[in-house]
Design a protein around this ligand. Structure first.
Ligand SMILES: *Cc1c(COP(=O)(O)O)cnc(C)c1O
Length: 651
């Protein structure tokens, strides 16, 4: 048992809140109820009761929606959008800023139709628009936006077709802005606008020199691959002047990067943006919008600090810093206040999705009872037994060194055939016994030497979760992104195990070994020992941003089931949408297999076996049924047996 858990005398839900930091990262959307379940706090009906996730899982079971499931909570998305808009509105009023805020959602952050449609819907009352980076996203934006007064910000490289789509949107009435990222786009915009006789809205993306900290810092700075340098900006202005399009240059765009943890960097970026803004106005541009891009961070660790996966500011402070800085900088330059645009993606969608999965198996590294010494026992094993005798807190390092030395010697002799498998197994068991004793003694020590600290992690359990890291949490694998992970039930019970998580891909990279526990980053997560005949469920939170469409088909695990719920004022909830995840046939066809042909080939194989009298026709049919049911099945671990599945399909 770990030191920290030991010290908590009697466990209750407050201990659970503290251990898993629920209040720190959940933004008020999740909490632990008196029964020890994680519950969704309905942000829109604060007077109603929270809805336990376990209750939603029961509903999924009734609908035969198997784990893993990506759960989306509509109310949270709705609330995130209104929080962003309302906070800007409030701050603008308080500061006396003389213009308004317009938000746009960058579709790349989560392109799933359901999310984009919900944002268009919930955002329409705020004229919340979209940021698009490709023709495909442009088409998604045009077909889903509900409010014609919403903005469409077009970033990325734009060919003629992209520009024509944007000009049509402008004609329809949308405030569609072409943000120029390279000079080659300008002549196409000018030429197509003339040809279609539409005055375009043009923006310029500037290259920021303000350096920011955090993982995405490289997006900014001189070598950033995006945006125009000051030299190119002047060239653009001159070109637009020459072609008589300078009055169309209305928006200044800058994007410092995603997940900016430090408010100081945001302020510095805004100051630099304002300088560009003021001087472009001086050059005769009719600027009326300042677009600060994304960057509003999510506090994944809940530490409220300027470290990588956190943020040292609130939404209120973010808005205040932006509005305040623009106001004071432009007042000084005697310029009217522009409309403020931001492109918050991560902070808008992260909270709305939770990945839920069950634990399939646990691998423990406990020592079993040490068998009594036998006369013929090898000297090395006797030495190991002696180590157990002289173990005490003052000699832990020495004992550890001895144990490692003897174990390695035993392994060496085993290789050379001097020690047999049974003896080696006793030695390994003695080794584990010593390590567990050391770990227990370390728990009571104020300071633990680094080398010994690794012992605790090395003895941690491995919990196998029914999910694919590569499909559902790609950033956890690719960039060591931390997500809050915790059991979603039994939290009134003390979690007595320490463990790491492995997924079912059997890939050695498919594991999670970094967690936020008690505000510290630790290598293991406190979990409960699973009970016999009872599922144990974990939730990974804040997974709505960047995870869903970055995922890959590692080991051909496909999309998970997705369930969307909406909470009602009377504490009830409804399943508003469900999307069944990929079947095995689906994922096979993604990599160019043809399931029909595979069925045919398998059929020929088993039919040949019948002909050769290796199997009966009845057995053949059984094989075919199993094969076909598998093809139609879920790619993840299913609790239902194939026979059950067949009878279900047969009905
Ligand atoms: C990715 C991106 C965003 C979104 O940034 P978040 O940090 O997720 O809010 C906004 N604007 C541009 C141009 C981007 O490339």
């Amino acid at each position: 048992m770990d030191a920290k858990i030991n010290k908590i005398k009697s466990w209750n839900i407050h201990s659970a809140r503290k251990t898993y930091g629920v209040k720190d990262w959940s933004n008020g959307y999740f909490d632990i109820n008196e029964q020890g379940d994680v519950a969704i706090m309905d942000p829109q009906h604060s007077e109603s009761n929270a809805v336990p996730l376990m209750k939603i899982i029961e509903g999924m079971q009734d609908r035969e929606l198997q784990m893993p499931v990506l759960l989306r909570i509509e109310n949270i998305l709705d609330q995130s959008i209104s929080d962003l808009n309302e906070t800007f509105r409030r701050v603008i009023k308080r500061v006396g800023y003389d213009n308004e805020y317009r938000g746009v959602y960058p579709i790349k952050v989560n392109q799933q139709a359901q999310i984009v449609e919900e944002i268009a819907h919930f955002g329409s009352r705020y004229q919340h628009g979209f940021e698009v980076g490709s023709k495909a996203e442009m088409i998604a934006a045009l077909s889903t936006l509900e409010n014609i007064d919403s903005m469409i910000i077009c970033n990325g490289y734009k060919d003629q077709e992209f520009i024509e789509l944007g000009l049509e949107a402008t004609k329809l009435g949308y405030k569609c802005v072409f943000v120029v990222e390279t000079l080659t786009e300008l002549p196409i915009i000018v030429e197509r606008s003339r040809a279609l006789n539409i005055r375009p809205h043009i923006g310029v993306r500037v290259k920021m020199t303000s350096k920011i900290s955090g993982h995405w810092g490289a997006t900014s700075g001189e070598r950033s691959v995006f945006g125009l340098s000051s030299r190119q900006l002047i060239e653009a202005v001159d070109y637009l002047k020459e072609t008589q399009f300078l009055d169309c240059l209305q928006l200044l765009h800058c994007h410092l990067g995603s997940q900016i943890p430090n408010i100081r960097d945001i302020r510095m970026g805004v100051v630099e943006a304002c300088r560009y803004y003021a001087d472009l106005c001086k050059e005769g541009a009719a600027l009326a919008y300042i677009d600060l891009g994304g960057g509003l961070a999510v506090d994944y660790t809940g530490k409220q600090s300027s470290s990588d996966q956190s943020r040292n500011y609130t939404l209120e402070e973010y808005c205040e810093d932006i509005v305040d800085t623009i106001k004071s900088t432009l007042d000084e330059a005697n310029l009217p206040h522009p409309t403020i645009v931001t492109e918050s993606g991560r902070a808008t969608v992260a909270y709305t999705s939770v990945l839920l999965f069950n634990v399939l198996d646990v691998n423990r590294f406990d020592a079993s009872a040490v068998p009594d010494e036998v006369a013929s026992e090898h000297e090395l094993l006797k030495n190991m037994r002696e180590v157990i005798g002289y173990l005490k807190p003052q000699r832990l390092q020495e004992c550890y060194n001895d144990a490692v030395y003897y174990r390695d010697e035993v392994r060496e002799l085993f290789k050379r055939g001097h020690i047999d498998l049974r003896m080696r197994s006793i030695a390994e068991n003695l080794y584990l016994t010593i390590l567990h004793s050391i770990k227990d003694m370390l728990a009571d020590m104020p300071r633990v030497p680094e080398e010994l600290a690794a012992i605790t992690a090395s003895l941690a359990d491995i919990y196998y979760g029914n999910f694919s890291l590569f499909q559902s949490l790609p950033d956890s694998w690719a960039i060591d992104q931390l997500f809050p992970i915790m059991p979603i039930h039994r939290l009134d019970e003390e979690p007595t195990r320490r463990s790491i998580l492995a997924d079912i891909t059997c890939d050695c990279d498919g594991k999670i070994e970094r967690f936020v526990v008690d505000q510290q980053i630790e290598n293991t997560l406190p979990l409960h020992a699973p009970k016999l005949n009872e599922e144990y469920y974990l939730g990974v939170f804040l997974v709505g941003a960047y995870q869903e469409t970055l995922g890959d088909l590692h080991n051909l695990f496909g999309d998970t089931n997705v369930v969307s719920v909406r909470l009602n004022a009377d504490s009830s909830f409804e399943f508003v949408k469900e999307v069944h995840g990929d079947s095995i046939a689906d994922v096979l066809s993604y990599v160019e297999y043809q399931p029909r042909e595979m069925q045919m080939r398998f059929r020929n194989k088993v039919e040949a076996a019948v002909k050769e009298e290796r199997i009966t026709a009845k057995e053949r049919q059984q094989m075919m049924n199993t094969f076909n049911a598998s093809l139609q099945g879920y790619t993840y671990y299913e609790k239902e047996t194939i026979a059950e599945q067949q009878s279900r399909i047969a009905v």
